[in-house]
Design a protein around this ligand. Sequence first.
Ligand SMILES: [Cu+2]
Length: 493
Amino acid sequence: MFKNETKIKNIALAMFVAIGLFSCGKKEENDAKNYENVKVEGKQVAELTAPPFVPKPVGNRAATKLVVHMEIKEQEGEMVDGVKYTYWTFGGSVPGSFIRTRVGDEVEFHLKNHPDNKMPHNIDLHAVTGPGGGATSSLVAPGHEKVFNFKTLNPGLYVYHCATAPVGMHIANGMYGLILVEPEGGLPPVDKEYYIMQGDFYTKGNYGEQGSQPFDMNKAIKEQADYVVFNGKVGAVTGEKSLTAKVGETVRIYMGNGGPNLVSSFHVIGEIFDKVHIEGGDMINKNVQTTLVPAGGSAIVEFKVDVPGTFILVDHSIFRAFNKGALGMLKVEGAENKKIHSGTIQEGIYLPEGGTIQNMPKVNGVAKSAAPKTLAEQIKSGKTLYGRTCFACHQSEGQGVPNAFPPLAKSDYLNANIDRAINAVLHGLSGEVTVNGKKYNNVMTSQNLTDDEIADVLTYVYNSWGNNKTVVTPAKVKALRAKPVVKTKDIHE
Ligand SMILES: [Cu+2]
């Protein structure tokens, strides 16, 4: 009896689910059908762009026959200063060329494998309805070209990638990109559009190990990425290569994730996404802090920039950002808006994250001095302070982290100018600096320490790891603190 009742319930449930699925499936089929029957007008060659740029919007144009010429190139590039890596690319960049289509377009895809390449490749476009997303019809040997056609039936932002065995290896070497299928009439216009794609890389040597670094299959299988980057390399979207916008503009980022393994928690420090096309589809979420971009997936994010400054793009799995490369920059120029952001010591670029992580409780900087300390006492207290504040970035032996945090050990920058070092701790430091011949372009937050503490910690640093044994007195720090902040390129970019 009891058993029977459950049975009936289960049958009812199954029917309900079946009807639900059926009707849902039917509707989607109708939508896709609509586009299947859209007539195309004329023929044009698709504009392709390398990241971080995207081709012109489709606007109001009718569906057309769109010819895509995509060339595969295996080429050496630089993962980070001094680290060479052989990338396999669609169109000569990682991620590959951005393809922009309209729903209903008939795409004639020419996939060319450069004669100098060593491997066969193909392409699986997630925007394609059909076997392998095109992969089964596009396998192409070096020195050959394959042509296949498809019709775009579903609007959205789609990943494409190589799907030649071993698939993971082809993707890990950079073989992915984005294809946008705009809806009829195009996406609403915005002021700036950019193309960013995350990828994880696996090398024989660890992060920053110099020289030519081959792909490491074992690390890839274990998902132990040495590099997690935006647009194929560390620093592809920082410094001179930062994205730019002006106050008041709306920025749209086409964000993809090639993987092969890791999902991205995409976040822009100091901004809130006004709109997110979740997973690159139709559904729009609003007022989002961090959006998840799956491996082999995408998102379209939009936000208006209201205040000037440098906004940092990160994968909020935050060690990836600060230690593996998943960090980009958007530089916004224009007038301050004190109502939205008051702007404090560091002109407000970075405090939401860096500030809360690193700041010690605010003190007013007045030295509560007792008797002056001996050098040994200063070093002892400085060592403790170092472990509490500087250690996180500059590391235990002052060795720093390649391409992220400059060394304090034998640092020519430190040893050359004491005032400058004191100012860095007092006011923070951002913009490009060169330490021991290597360039850094990152943000050090101000440290909120008293004059005594700054004197001690710098004395400790100067008397360790081969530095020049300077003794920094609280009086010297006090004198510098009293001076107005000079907005040089070092402090303010
Ligand atoms: Cu391939």
